[in-house]
Ligand binder design. Structure first.
Ligand code: URA
Length: 411
């Protein structure tokens, strides 16, 4: 295969064959095709797009670049993927919930990057929690408790690992076929029966408009059905953060509340909206599993199986206590019209809850809690939220950004 010709054909808008795409990805994974050729290819895809068949071939090739899960026959194997959001702790609740409703959940998640948080960072705020499972360890855990929550291993979609890093530095991330193949290759390597996609749009999301989110959703559904997986999509605006907390340990605390049948209404509703698409039981049963403590007990099982101590969970606020925890008073009396997710995400990132580049660490303790929600009435002087900050300078910065993020109308 002559790679410059292949790149030129894509540049000129030709449809490539699935064997050609398969060979290109295999050669890129093995190092035979260098980064400079792959970047040119990614840029050609960015401008010319891909047909559904090409996108499916790319997804398949990337999935096959490494190891895939193998599951014994029996319970349905399910997962959810979110295209990222602010305060999105849904996975922490959904995985144990769906597992205690008769499904297997091999959940492979990512870390936070930029304003978007990541499930792995949240889990690692639980002392001792090990997200570095091998596929063998994950399979054994799935056999015992029906759920494993882990990161990508070295051998899990290595083509995506390389290509995503390359796209990140070549301006080729926002391409629907490349995003589709990246996300779906990882999910399909979990060998799922059913997948639900939480496709976010708005100021705090990757996709800014509903139309973009619909296009991405349709592309992922098409690839899933091509590859024999039932894919459901739920489109959700990410205009305000999910729930009332943003920040790693703070989000774990809120997820625990939800697992105990409480927590913010929007978080519970979102968990149930997604879980009911993939679970083998009706919504009411899922609600009962939250309210009767089953999902919470399943989360304890996950923590214990992955090196943590469930007895630490009720102590998360003490374990990760930021030096400054202070309320921010509302400047006026009125109704909350807007809590801008993008700005809150920026503020959380600058507090240290997120990472600006992949090699950065995160601060588990910092962020926001007790955030007001859109539509609520508020009195001047009453708290808009609490900020958890490492330093006074950080607090002042977050307070100023919060002032811009929250809009109150008086009447
Ligand atoms: N998340 C991924 O895993 N891949 C993308 O391309 C974009 C978001």
């Amino acid at each position: 295969m002559h790679i410059p010709t292949l790149i030129s054909r894509k540049r000129d808008g030709e449809e490539l064959g699935s064997r050609e795409i398969g060979k290109l990805i295999a050669a890129y994974t093995s190092g035979e095709v260098p980064d400079y050729q792959m970047s040119a290819f990614a840029m050609a895809v960015f401008f010319k797009g891909m047909t559904a068949a090409e996108t499916a071939a790319l997804t398949h090739a990337m999935m096959e670049s490494g190891d895939c899960f193998e599951h014994p026959a029996g319970s349905p194997v399910v997962d959810k993927h979110s295209t990222g959001g602010i305060g999105d702790k849904v996975s922490l609740v959904l995985a144990p919930l769906v597992a205690c409703a008769g499904c297997r959940v091999p959940m492979v998640s990512g870390r936070g990057l930029g304003i978007t948080g990541g499930t792995l960072d949240k889990l690692e705020s639980i002392p001792g929690f090990n997200v570095h499972l091998t596929l063998g360890q994950a399979a054994a855990q799935l056999g015992k408790i029906g759920v494993a929550m882990m990161g990508q291993t070295e051998r899990f979609c290595p083509a995506d690992r390389k290509l995503y890093a390359l796209r990140d530095v070549t301006g080729t991330v926002p391409s629907i076929p490349l995003i589709t193949a990246s996300i779906m290759s990882k999910k399909l390597a979990e060998s799922l029966d059913r997948l639900v996609l939480d496709v976010k749009f708005g100021s705090g999301a990757f996709m800014q408009t509903k139309h973009e989110a619909e296009t991405l959703a349709a592309s992922m559904v098409a690839v899933g059905s091509e590859m024999g997986v039932e894919v459901f999509t739920v489109l959700n605006p990410m205009t305000e953060p999910t729930g009332r907390t943003v920040g790693n340990a703070l989000e774990v605390i809120e997820a625990l509340e939800c697992l105990e049948g409480g927590g913010p209404a929007d978080l519970r509703a979102l968990v149930l909206d997604l879980a009911e698409k993939i679970a083998a039981v009706p919504r009411q049963t899922l609600e009962e599993r939250l309210d009767d403590g089953s999902a919470r007990r399943k989360f304890d099982e996950i923590v214990a199986a992955q090196g943590g101590n469930p007895a630490d969970l009720p102590r998360m606020a003490e374990i990760h206590k930021a030096p400054i925890i202070r309320e921010v008073p509302a400047p006026t009396t009125g109704q909350v019209k807007k809590v801008d997710a993008g700005l809150i995400g920026q503020a959380a990132l600058q507090l240290g809850a997120g990472r600006a580049k992949a090699s950065d660490g995160v601060d588990f303790a910092v962020g926001f809690d007790r955030l007001v929600k859109t539509g609520e009435s508020i009195h001047a002087g009453h708290p808009l939220c609490r900020i958890h900050a490492r330093t006074k300078t950080d607090f002042d910065m977050a307070e100023a950004m919060l002032g811009k993020a929250v809009r109150i109308t008086t009447h």
